[in-house]
Design a protein around this ligand. Sequence first.
Ligand code: FPP
Length: 185
Amino acid sequence: MALPFFNKKNAPKDETGTIVLPEQLPQHVGFIMDGNGRWATKRGMPRKFGHREGAKNFKDLSLYCRDIGLQNASFYVFSTENWKRPQDEVNAIMDLFWDYLCEADQYLERRVRMIFVGDRSRLQDRLQKRMEELEHDSRDFEKMNLILAINYGGRDEIKHAAQEIAKEVQAGKLAPEAITEQTIS
Ligand code: FPP
C-alpha cells in the first residue's frame, strides 16, 4: 500500500491540492530516525545540527501521523549502540530529547498516548521522571499511541525478559516448563 508521503511536495493530491490518503491506513508504522549526521555533514554542519533538524521533523511528523488518524506510530530514537558516539554528541541528543519532553504537553492536548520502550535506567533522572509523568498523564488517551524507543536493542530486550522470567521462577510463581513464547513476549 502506498503510504502518505510526509514530503508534502511529492504527496498525491486531488484537484484542489489536498493530499489524498490511502483508504485504509496501516495499523502501525515504524520510523527509524536515521541520517541526521549525514544530512548535516553534507551541508558542512556539525552532526549536532542534523539531530536538531531531525528532532524538528520528528515533531511535525508525529503530529501529522496523529492528524491523519494513524493508530500506532513507533519511532526508534536512540539505540544501545548509540552510547558509543562521542560524549558531546550523546549529550546533545539527550538535551534535545529533554527539550522535547518539556514541550510534550501539546501531545496530551491532542489526546496522544505516549509510551516509552527500551531500558530507561541509564537515562538521566530528570528524563526518567518526565517520561513516567507523560506516560501516566496520557494513559487513557485514544487518538494515537506514540511509541518512542529509547536505549533500545534486541539483545538488551532479551536480557530484560530473561531477568523478569528468572525472578518469577525464583519466587516460585512460574514453573520453568510453563515458559512459553507468550511469556517471553
Ligand atoms: C540517527 O542519525 C539519529 C540518532 C542516533 C538520534 C536521534 C535523536 C534525536 C534527534 C534526539 C531528539 C529526540 C526526539 C524524540 C525529539 P545518525 O546520527 O545515525 O545519522 P547518520 O546515519 O547520518 O550517521
